[in-house]
Design a protein around this ligand. Structure first.
Ligand code: EPZ
Length: 428
């Protein structure tokens, strides 16, 4: 397994092009199952989860054509689900990437059946599928669990329904939204997630002929159609990648320009950075983040919440920054029950963090010191990279395949800004 070696303590100066959003691209790709015609997506990030999902879609019968080299303009993919040849999403793929389970609603809506593996738990929590299942059952599907699979049928098609989520769920909102576009009648989704990735999905579905109202709000109203057609769509910029590099500039000090993105998407993160003493300038195509390495970071309390609140996918990164703050910060994780796997690893670098239930008390230390650490999930891994940029001496992050799932050319982008970072390839 590859690892990443960082020699910390260098301020960062330069420009970074932000890639297309992984968490937008995955549901957008799944939406191809809703039509016989071709869906073409551009600004696709070049990350491992995208390839995993292409494999899953291909085994459902989708024909996929990838173009471009994955540099700043992004790759594009043309996906044609002319014939669905298999309705089974196997455990081997879904357990690795939970977004694979999003095929449940679209397959049921398009062909009336699906057999999709339960994703199981993962490093950040149990991550159940009950909201997806309950919603599809309310739309007339019959679903039972057999051998670890959700076996679903809707022989007479799905019917519009009024569904109220008791927890805000990005995935369940996306799954039911896609299913509703081909249901008979009107579906109302209440307490729907409002993440920008959902709005991006609404834009594609509309371009495919779907009738949807309420995007950007917690109430989505979908009038089902008999069929949808092909469309072209550009994947939105990755707000989590944007926020991650903003924190890189904050923790290492220096000045980084982030291009091809939109500061508005991560306002909650930028407000915290400004409160911590980091300078942010919003520009036409992104932002400029600046901190004089001699200026201290102030401790700021953080509470993760559904959008537009502070994102859970930026919790580990801000914890790395708060580890070197002048003061203390209380970080509370409200979305997942077990998303503090980075704490023992940050502690290995000298951070002073105590976890009490869903909250972590971070007491800033004057400096971190490099050490070998282990990546446990995507955002935990990148928090170790950020900590390594600030730490004195050498930090080696092992098991970086987690990073490759969601960050495109991470070490190249940081090295271009002056970071001393390199990938150590696994020896054969
Ligand atoms: C999406 O996961 C993202 N993944 C996650 O990003 C992100 O952390 C999460 O949303 C929250 O913002 C993708 O978009 C591919 P949820 P998702 O359903 O949709 C509970 C990353 O690092 N819940 O919004 O799976 C669930 O347990 C990843 O890029 C139920 O109770 O998350 C959690 O507590 C990690 N029942 C809460 O809802 C359900 O049926 C929110 O989860 C579904 C979810």
């Amino acid at each position: 397994m590859d690892s990443i070696r960082i020699r910390g303590g260098k301020p960062l100066y330069g420009k970074i092009e932000i890639s297309g959003a992984k968490n937008a691209a995955l549901p957008l790709m799944v939406a191809c199952l809703l039509t016989e015609e071709t869906v073409t997506l551009s600004n696709l990030p070049h990350v491992a989860d995208i390839s995993t999902l292409i494999n899953l879609l291909c085994q459902h019968g989708v024909k996929a054509h990838l173009n471009g080299n994955g540099c700043s303009s992004g790759r594009s993919v043309a996906l044609a689900a002319t014939d669905i040849t298999s309705t089974e999403a196997p455990y081997d793929i879904v357990r690795k990437m939970r977004a694979g389970a999003l095929v449940l609603g679209p397959l049921l809506a398009r062909v009336g059946k699906a057999k999709v593996s339960l994703p199981g738990g993962c490093a950040i929590g149990t991550r159940p599928m009950n909201l997806h299942v309950d919603g599809l059952e309310a739309m007339g599907a019959e679903i039972h669990i057999e051998g670890g699979y959700m076996v679903a049928e809707a022989p007479n098609g799905l019917k519009g329904a009024e569904i109220r989520f008791d927890t805000v769920s990005v995935g369940a909102t996306e799954d039911l939204l896609m299913a509703a576009t081909l249901a008979d009648g009107v579906t109302v989704l209440e307490n729907a997630a409002r993440e920008p990735e959902i709005t991006d999905l609404v834009h594609l579905l509309r371009a495919m002929g779907a009738e949807i109202e309420g995007d950007g709000t917690d109430r989505l109203v979908v009038t089902g159609k008999k069929s949808l057609h092909g469309a072209e769509h550009r994947v939105m910029p990755d707000r989590i990648e944007t926020g991650t590099y903003a924190i890189a500039a904050a923790i290492a000090g220096g000045r980084i320009e982030l291009h091809n993105t939109d500061a508005e998407l991560i306002n909650a993160v930028l407000e915290v950075l400004e409160e911590a003493g980091v300078s942010i300038e919003r520009t036409d195509d992104g932002l400029i983040v600046e901190r004089d390495p001699a200026t201290p970071i102030h401790g700021v309390d953080i509470l993760t919440q559904p959008y537009p609140g502070y994102p859970t996918d930026m919790q580990a990164q801000i914890m790395a920054l708060m580890s070197v703050a002048d003061g203390a910060a209380m970080i509370t994780e409200n979305i997942f029950e077990n998303r503090f796997m980075h704490v023992p690893e940050l502690s290995r670098l000298g951070a002073n963090i105590n976890v009490h239930g869903r909250s972590a008390m971070v007491r800033g230390v004057p400096e971190l010191v490099g050490a070998p650490v282990m990546a446990t999930d995507l955002r935990a891994s990148v928090s170790l990279v950020l900590a390594g940029l600030a730490a004195k001496g050498e930090t080696v992050i092992n098991r970086v395949y987690h990073l490759d799932r969601g960050y495109e050319r991470l070490e190249e982008k940081l090295a271009a800004c002056g970071a001393d970072i390199e990938r150590i390839q696994e020896s054969a």
